[in-house]
Design a protein around this ligand. Sequence first.
Ligand SMILES: O=C(O)[C@@H](CO)OP(=O)(O)O
Ligand SMILES: [Mg+2]
Length: 403
Amino acid sequence: MTLVSEIRLRQVLDSRGNRTVEADVVTESGGFGRAAAPSGASTGEYEAIELDPSEAIASAREHAVPRLEGKVFVGDQRDVDRTLRAADGTDDFSEIGANSAVAISMAASKAAADVTGAPLYQHLGGAFRGEEFPTPLGNVIGGGEHAADATAIQEFLAVPVGAPSVQDAVFANAAVHQEVHDLLAERDIAAGKGDEGAWAPSIEDDEAFELMAEATDAVADEVGFDIKFGLDVAGAEMYDEDDEEYVYRETTRSTDEQIEYIADLVEEYELAYVEDPLDEDDYSGFAELTEKVGDRTLVCGDDLFVTNVERLATGIEQGAGNSILVKPNQIGTLSDAVDAVELAVENGYEPVISHRSGETEDTTIAHLAVATGAPYIKTGAVGGERTAKLNELIRIEQNVSRL
Ligand SMILES: O=C(O)[C@@H](CO)OP(=O)(O)O
Ligand SMILES: [Mg+2]
């Protein structure tokens, strides 16, 4: 075991051109790891706190770095993460920032993997990992908080359920993205891209459903395996608390109507996945929808659970959802993220390891997905910061990844 000898923190750019925290961790034996914090736009109310990167760095240098350097063994991830929590001293990382915490936590894991010479997924998951791979959920049409004047539903995601390999799955999602572009062009609909590289046309959700159905069918015919699709509704972003209704482009829906609407969509389009169909406080709405369609589709909590075991435990108690989105920066450390995966799996909830809308070229989540044997990963379909993770999965599948 080797001690952390030095932690360097700096500001770098994320995919939106915003500043974010990058950490380097160096060990006494010369191991090295580097990681950067991603950042959300449709952030949940109960997420750990992201500070302005310069404040996060200053605070981490004052409170966390002195407790880690020369004191903590880099391979003891739980101790690294416990030390970050103790240095912060709050429940939500509001002192050093979840952005500093997650960058240091992930960089430490990479430094530890470097020391042992193992790929990161093996360091995190053990010698027998690397046989099971997640199905990638690929965002191909989107709007909500990720693009102005586009669909009300935040993400329409291709789900290549029948793909024989990660590589086939990743290529299929990119092909669906391309097919949607061609269908939009045929209909003379102009579209730029949203924050995650999905097409962001100014269309009603109904039309997006048609496009997704057509595009996934066309690509499935070409590749010869089944491709379904799913949604991130990002319900909390469309919920108007005063009027107690969900606000779409041209219409509004009460909670009951929203549950009915989503259940009908699951039926009509055989949706494989529905994330945040309801507001982040609505455990009972989630439970009602799960009761209706949970045997046919994944009902996933993102803003509902925020990768937090306490919130997940409440959901499990109430039967709210059957799946959890896992974003390390939402909770602050890798240990916390793994705890959420483990609690989910023990209770029959499917974990989906996820990127943020603001990303970097960091590939930690690809390794985390393989390390935990997660059945799904959500990390976009195209765009350098998205393909960084997807291409890393392809390399891991070929067993040629390092860091
Ligand atoms: O809502 C989400 O699931 C994410 C990622 O797609 O978006 P953001 O990072 O903006 O919260
Ligand atoms: Mg979401």
